[in-house]
Write a protein that binds this ligand. Structure first.
Ligand code: ADP
Length: 557
């Protein structure tokens, strides 16, 4: 750019110089030749006034300091005398002589073969027989003398140097802001959108810089908007508890959220890659190509899961540009469904056993006459109906808790409720020879349904009494620590085998049905649910033959 401008300026200046100089030289030469002609004409006139001409004296006559050549010619063109050359040929064909013969006077500027140079001629009739012709060489009067070339060259060099200095200055003035713009645009291309141009002039470049900054500002606002939208969409996708995958028409991934990556065990960024390379499940790949828009699928990798998959077309205006697939993990839902059916089956089964027993003994009773046997049968019927009633009661309590019916939000001191439980259980414990120890260090109130808390403590304490042999102890400790209220119910009873520990909170789960303690298997399931309604947690520690400890942890107010 800089070189181009410099060359154009120099060429323009050089061209202008040549044109101006040429015109000046041409005009000056024209002027000089005319003046020389006039002077030669005057000299001819003066000579014509003399009768006798001193040939020696002619050598001293000069025009513009140039000695004049004189030629005397007769009317037939014969050269009578020439101040510079002897024996000249006939001159009747010379233009100036022809003019004189016609008009008394003549002039010409032409090449002289005699002197091998251009001459200015002026001729005049002296009398009827003789013509005087005066001449001087053209090159002697031309402005552009050979010996002056060096001065002209020097002037041109000086002018060119000045031109270059001024041009460089001008170029700097133009190029510097352009360079700044180029620099800034380059940085913007590389991602620095905050950079702006600093051009303070009020000329076109200043306006260009200002417009550029305005465009950059607008661009920045638009980029910010787009980035913000993008971030919002990304954070929504990231925090979604469902999977979202978008693919183009060739099933190349254009977006995928972390939930989908987790579900399908994808550990790298697969945007821009074919989805089928990373989800190899046959059912899913089939679903992608078939018409069906939603389906329940079971996958085995990375872990077994039940998924509900839906797909929808992504339409851009009128054109379909891909598909969006949403994935919902319904494994828990399926489990729950299974649990419900199992629960119904379990309930039916659990109710059926005492009922069958009651029915059987009642029918047989008709035919039993023996008082003692009748008494035994009636005892069994009584025990079984008791069990039936307990079962129904526990099922109702559980159903009530599970149905999420709004429960009381009492603020109460747990110790008060625990004391009620102890009062209720102490007789059975006493009968079994079990010592009930109670230690209460807690002063904090907890929030929740106090009746349910009563049920919770009762189930735990009853279990401890139930699953402990004679002459053992049941310890109840109540305390608070680091914002939490703790209730510990421990015993040195029969304990729970470690393989059963994870399942004891399940409904109808009994460790060993042969324990024959008459339990329903629902007590701990109820406890677990009640703890949940208090936003608390329960853990169990137990060793077979040594004892069991339940720890309930609830945040206090
Ligand atoms: P159940 O009505 O049979 O007592 P639970 O749900 O209350 O049902 O308890 C589940 C199982 O956990 C019981 O069958 C019992 O074997 C075991 N269990 C509960 N508490 C204790 C305990 N304190 N000591 C030993 N085993 C216990």
């Amino acid at each position: 750019m800089r070189r181009k401008i410099l060359i154009s300026v120099i060429v323009t200046v050089l061209f202008a110089l040549i044109i101006i100089t040429a015109s000046f030289v041409l005009l000056s030469n024209f002027q000089n030749i005319r003046e020389a002609k006039d002077e030669l004409k005057n000299i001819n006139l003066i000579i014509s006034k003399f009768d006798d001409i001193n040939k020696e004296g002619l050598n001293d006559i000069k025009v513009k300091d140039i000695p004049v050549r004189f030629t005397f010619i007769d009317k037939n063109g014969n050269v009578l005398y020439d101040t510079e050359v002897d024996n000249l040929d006939n001159h009747s064909d010379r233009k100036e002589i022809k003019d004189v013969l016609e008009n008394e006077e003549g002039s010409a500027v032409r090449y002289s073969q005699t002197l091998n140079t251009d001459l200015i001629y002026s001729a005049k009739k002296l009398n009827d027989d003789i013509i005087v012709r005066s001449s001087i060489p053209v090159n002697m009067i031309e402005v552009f003398q050979k010996e002056n070339y060096k001065y002209y060259l020097a002037i041109i060099i000086v002018v060119m140097i000045i031109t270059m200095v001024l041009s460089l200055n001008l170029i700097k003035m133009i190029i510097d802001p352009v360079k700044k713009l180029e620099n800034v645009t380059g940085k913007m291309v590389n991602g620095d959108h905050r950079i702006r141009v600093k051009i303070n002039s009020n000329d076109e470049l200043g306006i260009l810089g200002k417009n550029f900054n305005d465009i950059a500002d607008q661009l920045q606002i638009k980029i910010n908007e787009v980035v913000e939208k993008q971030t919002r969409i990304e954070s929504i996708l990231r925090s979604m508890e469902s999977g979202v995958i978008a693919v183009d028409n060739n099933d190349i991934v254009i977006a995928i959220n972390p939930y989908s990556e987790k579900v399908f065990g994808i550990k790298k960024n697969i945007i821009g890659e074919p989805l089928v390379d990373y989800i190899t499940d046959y059912d899913i790949n089939k679903f992608l190509t078939e018409e069906e828009m939603d389906k329940e699928i079971k996958i085995l990798y990375p872990i077994e899961r039940n998924l509900k998959i839906k797909k929808a077309n992504i339409i851009n205006g009128i054109e379909k540009i891909g598909k969006v697939i949403t994935i919902q993990d319904i494994t828990d839902l399926k489990k729950l469904e299974l649990m419900r059916t199992q629960f119904v089956a379990n309930v039916s089964h659990e109710l059926k056993t005492p009922l069958t027993s009651i029915k059987g003994f009642a029918e047989t009773l008709r035919y039993v006459q023996d008082e003692e046997t009748r008494g035994k049968f009636l005892d069994i019927i009584d025990k079984e109906s008791e069990r039936l009633s307990r079962l129904i009661n526990d099922i109702l309590v559980l159903a009530n808790i599970e149905s999420n019916v709004a429960f009381q939000r009492d603020e109460f001191l747990p110790g008060v409720v625990i004391e009620d439980v102890i009062n209720m259980v102490k007789k059975i414990a006493y009968n079994k020879g079990i010592v009930l120890e109670y230690n209460d260090d807690n002063q904090e109130l907890i929030v929740g349904d106090a009746d349910r808390f009563f049920q919770l403590v009762l189930n735990l304490v009853e279990n401890s009494v139930k699953y402990s042999e004679k002459n053992s102890y049941v310890k109840i400790i109540s305390y608070s620590k680091n914002g939490y209220y703790y209730l510990e119910v421990s015993d040195n009873g029969i304990g729970i085998p470690s393989e059963d520990l994870p399942r004891i909170f399940e409904r109808f789960y009994r460790v060993d049905k042969s324990r024959k303690k008459g339990g329903t298997g629902l007590g701990l399931a109820i406890v677990k649910h009640i703890v949940k309604t208090f936003n608390g947690d329960i853990i169990v520690e137990s060793e077979l033959g040594k004892g069991t400890k339940f720890i309930v942890k609830i945040k206090y107010i």
